[in-house]
Design a protein around this ligand. Structure first.
Ligand SMILES: Nc1ncnc2c1ncn2[C@@H]1O[C@H](COP(=O)(O)OP(=O)(O)O)[C@@H](O)[C@H]1O
Ligand SMILES: [Mg+2]
Length: 254
């Protein structure tokens, strides 16, 4: 198990944005966090990355309680995230964005298990080669030398995901990665997320139900800051409480 949240509670003013939230993430799994706007999803991400401290609860990551750690400590422990709004370095090239992601961690080489490069390679050369490998995987290699800002929106989103991956995190938090993507891009994204399970664990905030049903191993449903259900996609799909809270009485998920 990579992550376990116990009794996480966060108040803003007198209002609990997140209350007694408990769930876990197994290695190589994708856990989807779903729920209506204001349910507390982004707040939970901010807590897991150390940007907010909860009023109560523990965050057990790789067996250690991380409460009180700052964002840079969470990042160097291997937790990274993407944001609801794009946060690319627009003036830098696509390749440089990925390389910046790799340097962020300051780690000696990611993808070492996939790739063996001669030791004499300079650090920069190795990071460049690895970055290109990542871009090829997602079909962005041809655009490596373009400024990131010149890419169409959907490609920028994919780029942001690849950049998050470049630091070789143990846990990535994705905040609505499919938002604004067209059908083809969403499919690419879904397949890519599934492919990444071999390398990392993920928590996914997403509204696109097809992506969730296809990629997630487990789903945690939040409503008004509380977990109202959790289980496999198949279980959640037929959970009456979820259908009621999340979609309205008579609808079905997906
Ligand atoms: N910094 C903040 N200050 C005060 N209230 C906040 C803050 N961030 C979030 N909230 C409130 O907490 C609740 C959960 O918000 P959020 O985590 O953004 O939900 P979601 O991401 O599920 O839409 C909402 O009621 C929101 O208004
Ligand atoms: Mg949000």
């Amino acid at each position: 198990m990579i992550l376990k949240l116990n009794e996480i509670t966060k108040y803003f003013g007198g209002i609990a944005a997140v209350e007694d939230v408990e769930f876990e993430v197994k290695e190589g799994n994708i856990v989807a966090l779903i729920g209506p706007n204001g349910a507390g999803k982004t707040t939970l991400f901010n807590i897991i990355t150390g940007a907010l401290s909860p009023n109560q609860g523990s965050i057990i990551y790789k067996g250690k309680d991380m409460i009180g750690n700052k964002p840079f400590q969470m990042a160097s422990a291997g937790i990274t995230r993407t944001f609801q709004n794009l946060q690319l370095f627009g003036g830098m090239t696509v390749l440089e964005n990925i390389m910046a992601g790799a340097y962020l961690r300051g780690k000696k080489g990611f993808l070492q298990s996939f790739y063996t490069l001669p030791r004499k390679c300079s650090e920069e050369k190795r990071i460049r080669t690895e970055a290109l490998f990542l871009l090829e995987e997602i079909g962005l290699a041809e655009m490596a030398e373009l400024p990131a800002a010149a890419l169409p929106f959907g490609k920028q989103r994919l780029l942001e995901i690849v950049r998050a991956l470049a630091s070789e995190p143990s846990l990535i938090l994705f905040d609505e990665p499919a938002a604004g993507l067209n059908i083809v891009e969403t499919e690419t994204l879904t397949n890519y997320l599934k492919h990444l399970k071999k390398r990392t664990s993920m928590i996914l905030i997403e509204h696109d139900m097809e992506t969730i049903m296809e990629a997630a191993d487990r789903i945690v449903v939040l409503d008004f800051g509380r977990v109202i259900a959790q289980g496999t996609p198949a279980e959640i799909q037929v959970n009456p409480e979820v259908i009621k809270a999340y979609l309205g009485e008579d609808e079905q998920i997906a």
